[in-house]
Design a binder for this molecule. Sequence first.
Ligand SMILES: [Mn+2]
Length: 253
Amino acid sequence: MKPTLFLSDLHFHGDHTPGGRALLDVLDQARGEAEAVYLVGDVFDFWLGYRTTLYRACFPLLRRLAALVDAGTAVHLFTGNHDPEHGDFFGDIGVTVHDGPHTARIGGHTVWLEHGDLIDPRGLHHRLVCRVARHPWLHRAARLAPPAALWAVARAYARRGEHTYDEPLPAALLDAYLPARAREGADVVVMGHYHRAVVHTRQVDGRTVRFFGLGDWVKQRTWLRFDGDFTLLRYQDGGPPVALPEGDHAPPP
Ligand SMILES: [Mn+2]
């Protein structure tokens, strides 16, 4: 069976970073091989959809997405708090955009997918910032600024908030959110946003359900692969990826 890949929090802003190069390598290997690729939000370090303009730094990734579609792979792109508005460009290259949670049937599994920023249980502050970032009025106002200036501001903001990995995944996601989605019929929940690489299995009403936190491509370099079973993988320079065991993983030191 052809594999399906799930990645999130690529925070792509060019192919000059080790994480950016590693993820392009994974996408190049998927070309002609993968059934589908799900990109579950914060795919770009910053993106705003314009009618006439694209962010040049994103071109290496855009090229890969178009190549995947051309090779017959279904590419799904979710909005995130860093790339809250994709515009209509991605439809032109055959990529399906999801502006919220999406349920997919994959190999007999019901998979609930979402970026995760709008349900952040760490407090109202987190959810509010993400909700403002996703507001159409903000996007309309932001489009009045020159794209180059907006890109520079967004990059400076992203650099300031460098990701730390000292907090584990909020327990409420596993103790409350996962069982709630399971009772609605999902048996797998896939989420980004928290930058933790999580494999978590539990029983809900006698059914086995699983939660996968996708990690990121800043320091984690992790992604989920389904080829009959789900495996969370970590990229290794010059070698095959390593499967991550049950648990909540920070990046290697
Ligand atoms: Mn992120």
